[in-house]
Design a binder for this molecule. Structure first.
Ligand code: I3S
Length: 128
C-alpha cells in the first residue's frame, strides 16, 4: 500500500529553503515579490512556510506550524525559464487553477534536485 492509502501521514519527499515569488493568481498576473520560503514537498502538494529562520525539517508536521500556502501538483506544469527573471536557476510552476510561481536557488545542484523531484511527482500523478 502507498503511504497515503492507509490513512497515515503522507510521506515527506523533500524540504528546504528556496526563493519564491508568485507571479499569477487564477491566470491574472501579479507583481513580483521575491522572498525566502521554506518549501516542503509532501504527498501531492508543495507547501510553503513563512519565516524560514524558525523552520526545521520537522516543523511542517500538522500542528507544529502554519503554512502560508500550498499547491496541488496534480495537473501542474513545470518549466525552466530564463525570460521571467534576471536571476539564474529559476523554474516556473503553474497549477491547474492558473496560479504561477517562480522558484529559485543560487545553488545549481539544489534547484536541479527540486526540479527533478517535483517533476517526478507531477509525472506520477499524470499516470494515475
Ligand atoms: O520582472 P521584473 O519587474 O523585472 O521583476 C523585478 C521586480 O519585481 C523588482 O521589484 P520592484 O517591482 O519593486 O522593482 C524585484 O526587486 C526584482 O527582484 C524583480 O526582478 P528579478 O529579475 O529579480 O526577478
Amino acid at each position: 500500500t502507498s503511504p497515503e492509502s492507509d490513512g497515515s501521514t503522507p510521506e515527506l519527499e523533500k524540504a528546504g529553503l528556496l526563493n519564491k515569488t508568485k507571479i499569477a493568481e487564477g491566470g491574472r498576473k501579479l507583481r513580483k515579490n521575491w522572498s525566502p520560503s521554506w518549501v516542503v514537498l509532501v504527498g501531492n502538494s508543495l507547501v510553503f512556510f513563512k519565516d524560514p529562520k524558525s523552520q526545521t525539517p520537522s516543523s511542517w508536521k500538522p500542528g507544529n506550524s502554519c503554512p502560508e500556502s500550498s499547491v496541488d501538483l496534480r495537473g501542474a506544469q513545470l518549466q525552466w525559464t530564463n525570460d521571467l527573471s534576471s536571476k539564474k536557476n529559476v523554474f516556473k510552476l503553474r497549477t491547474v487553477t492558473g496560479n504561477e510561481f517562480l522558484l529559485q536557488s543560487e545553488t545549481d545542484s539544489v534547484i536541479r534536485e527540486w526540479f527533478n523531484t517535483i517533476h517526478k511527482v507531477i509525472d506520477k500523478l499524470d499516470r494515475e
